[in-house]
Design a protein around this ligand. Structure first.
Ligand code: 3EB
Length: 337
């Protein structure tokens, strides 16, 4: 069984639908709701791609059987010890008890469902999460919506007896124009090795200036499916220590974000079973707050990552002063037996 990532930008042959664990669709117009595998749909603009949609899929070569299911707004598929799932939860459908907001409640419930599924499947360890919500920088009840999300997420981790510090999964959290709270997840029977960034305060230790509960994610994670190594680099922005640097300067923010990723790659390289990681080794998703900034961002990214695959996506970053966020990943054969 080998895990692979299909990307409709770069791979000509699409994987056999029978072997797809799950994936993503990003573009201006949501595709038909029917998809045979768990699909995270993000309705937002691809920037500078000359096309309206991008499809990505995690799939498994080999003939180990796939199992799938649907429950509580979640769709999942697993093969061996690997499970990919997507949950969508509409805030307007949850009953919130004040002072808890609808988004806090929806976030807590979505994560509680994910943990229940994973416990029932015997695959309790989250590897990577992709979190998207509407109006991430909006405010209600005196609290920014991203901070409401952090409250609900932290409560659910604790409620499911998961640590909120140290051994936490890689993640991203972005705002899109609308749609439900949607969370995609990759999980397994074994934990990841979390990686932190020496240039940044760990997000799970951010001071309360950034909200009543800090975010629950690691800067990167190394995972080892059979015979392979995956490096997930979490959404990475222009933050040094715990502070935003270069507010208003998208070029400098892009440089700083890539410097942060390079620092994370250096730490990950020391733990790697597949050799050292450098910036051109990964594939990237780059979230740009203002579509007008695309060319500025792209020039910096292209110069640093060379020919690496990059998808540019319009999205709101989780602090109002952040203009760009970059995430990456790579799957390689493990050199260690
Ligand atoms: C940051 O470094 C930028 O809340 O899951 C990046 C990756 C960010 C993940 C999350 C947030 C998250 O704080 C924001």
């Amino acid at each position: 069984m080998t895990l692979q990532l299909f990307d409709s930008f770069y791979a000509a042959a699409r994987p056999d639908a029978e072997r797809v664990l799950g994936g993503f669709w990003l573009g201006d117009v949501a595709p038909a709701a029917l998809c045979p595998w768990p699909l995270q749909r993000l309705v937002t603009s691809l920037l500078g791609a000359g096309r309206s949609g991008l499809e990505e899929a995690w799939w498994v070569a080999g003939d180990a059987p796939l199992l799938s299911g649907e429950a509580e707004g979640m769709a999942w598929r697993r093969c061996g010890d690997l499970l990919f799932g997507v949950i969508e939860l509409d805030e307007s459908q949850v009953v919130a008890a004040p002072p808890r907001s609808a988004l806090q409640t929806a976030s807590e419930q979505a994560y509680a469902r994910i943990f229940r599924l994973l416990d029932a499947q015997g695959l309790p360890h989250l590897w990577r999460l992709w979190n998207y919500m509407g109006d991430i920088n909006g405010e209600s009840g005196g609290l920014e919506r991203y901070r409401q999300f952090n409250l609900g997420r932290a409560e659910a981790f604790e409620g499911a007896a998961r640590s909120v510090v140290g051994r936490v999964p890689a993640a991203c959290a972005l705002g899109v124009a609308g749609g439900p709270l949607t969370i995609a997840f990759l999980a397994s029977a074994t934990p990841v090795l979390p990686i932190e960034n020496p240039r940044q305060v760990s997000a799970f230790l951010y001071p309360s200036d950034y909200g009543p509960r800090p975010p629950t994610f690691s800067r990167a994670a190394l995972a080892w499916p059979p015979g392979q190594e995956i490096l997930f680099v979490s959404g990475t922005a222009s933050i040094v220590g715990h502070q935003t640097v270069h507010p208003g300067d998208v070029r400098a923010q892009t440089v700083e974000s890539l410097d942060n990723i390079a620092a994370v790659l250096a730490v990950a390289s020391a733990q790697s079973r597949s050799g050292a990681f450098s910036l051109p080794d990964l594939g990237y998703r780059v979230y740009v707050r203002q579509a007008d900034d695309l060319e500025t961002v792209r020039a910096v990214v292209a110069q640093r990552v060379g020919d690496a695959p990059v998808a540019y996506v319009r999205a709101d970053v989780c602090r109002a002063d952040l203009l760009v966020e970059i995430e990456g990943q790579v799957v390689r054969p493990s050199l260690r037996r």
